[in-house]
Design a protein around this ligand. Sequence first.
Ligand code: CA
Ligand code: CA
Ligand code: CA
Ligand code: ZN
Length: 322
Amino acid sequence: MRKRYLLGMFATITLVAASTWGLILNQTSLAQTSPPTTGGDEVTPDAEPFTLNGVTWRTKRVFIERARCSTRVPSLDEQESIERPTKPSGELPGDVITTSAPTGPIMVHFHVIRAANGIDGQVTLQTIQNQIAILNAAFSTTAFQFQLASVDRRNNDNWFNSGPDSLEEAKMKRNLHLGTAEELNIYSVNLPGGNIGAATFPWDYATHPRLDGVSVLYSALPGGTAAPYNEGDVTVHNVGHWLGLYHTFQGGCHTPGDSVSDTREESSANFGCNIGRNTCNDVGPDPITNYMDYSDDSCMFEFTFGQGARMDAQWNLYRSGH
Ligand SMILES: [Ca+2]
Ligand SMILES: [Ca+2]
Ligand SMILES: [Ca+2]
Ligand SMILES: [Zn+2]
């Protein structure tokens, strides 16, 4: 008991040091909390500064720890409360509970936000169509497909540069949001601070219906300049959040983790493409090729069966008919 406490202290101090100095959590410090360290971050060189969308970070790890995805991280309390099996009130014994995903494709409303000059942030219809095709390929192993329903374009510096959960972002969304909880609103904007994507969760819809949706850095759309995050998977990742998925590293090596049983545990986000990285005791390496990790776009290509089932359940609870 005492030993575990001391190790916990050590890990905490290490984390503080890492966040203060932007240091890499080295293999020695990881070994204090998670014995299996075969494979590891040394596979991806991380001594070089990393620049994305005009912001330069000391290393790529600092970037993925401080920026990248700005979808908020739910607390364990929140996670447990939304995981509770929920039955519709008034349900009678013997009633059939539908557990399937939508019968048709999800309608997508794509909002292109440009700078006031109408040039910065421009996204062509072809890029949008490519993004929809990439979404459909990524989700082809799940029950979800997507169809472009509308495109609108606005020139507004404040909206273009608005950050997740900012006042300007709320104004933008309240002006532009279309449809119901079953429809997907995507905003391409110039997310500040090195963020490349953000999403709201399905269970947030009830309290903030018009803030529902996904935001993507415009240069992280397919063919954009935000390499190595420009192959369309930033949108795929955030649509995963929008359908109720957590990061694969949610909860670290601890139950319930990401609340999906067939994604392996992971103590922290991966970056680059460290095949064989293994940061938790459970059998097998980290799920670095999963869309819900932080790996490079070229490295992520899968959702698991369990993630598909979770998205079906979340759809039923929070989006279908809302
Ligand atoms: Ca899991
Ligand atoms: Ca493992
Ligand atoms: Ca990919
Ligand atoms: Zn994310």
